[in-house]
Design a protein around this ligand. Structure first.
Ligand code: NMX
Ligand code: MLT
Length: 429
């Protein structure tokens, strides 16, 4: 076994005991009340989920195991001469709560290399998918195809596993899924956009660098871009659609492949991860219509539709992940009109959105910036952008899924109410 599993074996009993103690001491405390508005309005500010690896603060944004984005950038391992964190290190942190030593980091990296290879049938499966399908659909389908390899599903089927061991098999599946997902994602890209010309993995590269390489992008800056990109999108607490879906499906003991395929389907919605492709479409349409030098007054076009990349269900200020990418662009990218346009929108759009009154947060989220970086480096196929998000989100979803089984969490089954129920409960008569 690798060092991460060894560390998890030490941690699981300790954290199980902590959870038992917390339940004993605080189990009957009230976390929050739920109003009828909240039940109907997408459960905003209803704290009804337990999800241990990250937490979202409306003002300051995400912390993963209590570290914010700048801290993660500072403390996690980086590539040679690099400035951006490496996702292998982040995954160790998400799983254990500690930063990995060099040896621990290298061990995860090595394991993912060993587990990552796609056999010829999997490659054939991907290369046979209809090219007309959206790349997110292809990703979800391939995760379902790989489900036949789920160790959890096999041992459960054979009646060979009991509840205390569930997490160990979820762990194995999660590690295999994470090792393979950049290769699956890269092959989908090469199949859909580059005539199926496969680029083999470069075993000398890190997880994100290798993903860039297999996509066909070999500049140091693109590797750096993906290292940062894949780190900052990894987790955003438990309530977002992709994480919540993965968590929910996993709670029925559907294995990590089934669970994450479902999460990916949610990420493919335009109000969630698909917004990053929508932003590029919106920027390019604006440029086609208005030319290169667009005056501030001409930028916002509300037209009864949402402006992609702006607003958030929880955040109430600019997303720190947007700032991370803005800073990356400032360091690496000079004189790119689209990057400049994103910056210009950041100044112009929030005041306009504020005028519509009903919006809770007029500031940009991560999707307002991420696509333009990929576009700058030559990846013009913006339908693909959410796949990059999905490769990253797998890190958080897998870490939390392993812990959900290690904590022995039950099937998720909240109650629901009807119009008649509301009227009968609160009506005058
Ligand atoms: N442009 C125009 N109107 C907006 C926007 C926007 N960007 N964001 C919210 N509104 C509207 C929203 O449609 C709603 O109107 P109505 O009641 O008529 O449906 C009203 O403002 C109130 O919405 P909020 O309560 O502020 O936002 P909510 O929590 O419901 O939704 C989002 C949050 C993120 C779904 C929403 O802001 C949105 O659709 N943004 C654009 C899509 C986007 O960028 N999504 C990515 C989120 C991050 N991610 O990576 O997943
Ligand atoms: C995310 O990263 O999942 C998005 O910002 C959406 C959310 O948190 O609701």
């Amino acid at each position: 076994h690798g060092l991460l599993k060894q560390r998890m074996r030490e941690l699981v009993p300790v954290k199980q005991a902590l959870l038992r103690d917390v339940r004993k001491r605080y189990g009957s405390k009230e976390v929050c009340k739920v109003t009828v508005d909240q039940a109907i309005g997408g459960m905003r500010n209803v704290f009804g989920l337990f999800y241990d690896a990250s937490l979202l603060d409306a003002k300051t944004g995400i912390t993963m195991r209590d570290y914010n984005i700048p801290e993660l950038q500072e403390y996690l391992q980086k590539g040679e001469n690099g400035h951006e964190p490496l996702p292998e290190a982040l995954f160790w942190l998400l799983c254990t709560g500690d930063f990995p030593s060099e040896q621990e980091f290298a061990d995860v990296q090595q394991e993912w290399k060993q587990r990552g290879e796609l056999d010829s049938q999997t490659q054939h499966f991907i290369l046979s998918l209809p090219k007309t399908a959206h790349p997110m659909t292809m990703l979800s389908q391939t995760l379902l195809y790989l489900q036949k390899d789920s160790l959890f599903q096999q041992v459960y089927d054979q009646g060979k596993v009991s509840k205390p061991q569930y997490w160990e098999y979820f762990y194995e599946d999660a590690m295999n899924l994470l090792a393979k997902i950049p290769r699956v994602a890269a092959l989908i890209y090469r199949h859909k956009y580059k005539n199926g010309e496969i680029i083999s993995a470069d075993e000398n590269l890190d997880w994100a660098g290798n993903y860039a390489h297999m996509l066909g992008y070999n500049k140091f800056e693109v590797r750096e871009c993906l290292r940062g990109y894949l780190s900052i999108h990894a987790d955003h607490e438990g309530g977002n659609v992709s994480a919540h879906t993965t968590h929910l499906v996993g709670s029925a003991l559907a294995d990590p492949y089934l669970s994450y395929s479902a999460g990916v389907n949610g990420l493919a919605g335009p109000l969630h991860g698909l917004a990053n492709q929508e932003v590029l479409k919106w920027l390019l349409e604006m440029r086609d219509e208005l030319g290169e030098n667009i005056s501030n007054e001409k930028i916002p076009r509300l037209q009864g539709k949402v402006i992609p990349g702006y607003g958030h269900a929880v955040l109430r200020y600019t997303d720190p992940r947007f700032i991370h990418q803005k800073d990356f662009a400032a360091r690496h990218i000079k004189n790119d009109p689209l990057v400049d346009l994103v910056r210009q929108c950041y100044h112009v759009i929030p005041p306009v959105l504020k005028t519509i009154g009903k919006i809770q947060n007029p500031w940009p989220n991560v999707d307002a910036h991420s696509g333009v970086l990929l576009y700058h480096y030559g990846m013009r196929e913006f339908q693909y952008y959410t796949v990059v998000f999905a490769v990253s989100r797998a890190l958080g979803c897998m870490a939390n899924l392993i812990w959900s089984r290690a904590f022995g969490l039950p099937i998720e089954r909240p109650g629901s109410i009807t119009l008649r129920w509301i009227e009968e409960k609160f009506g005058e008569n």
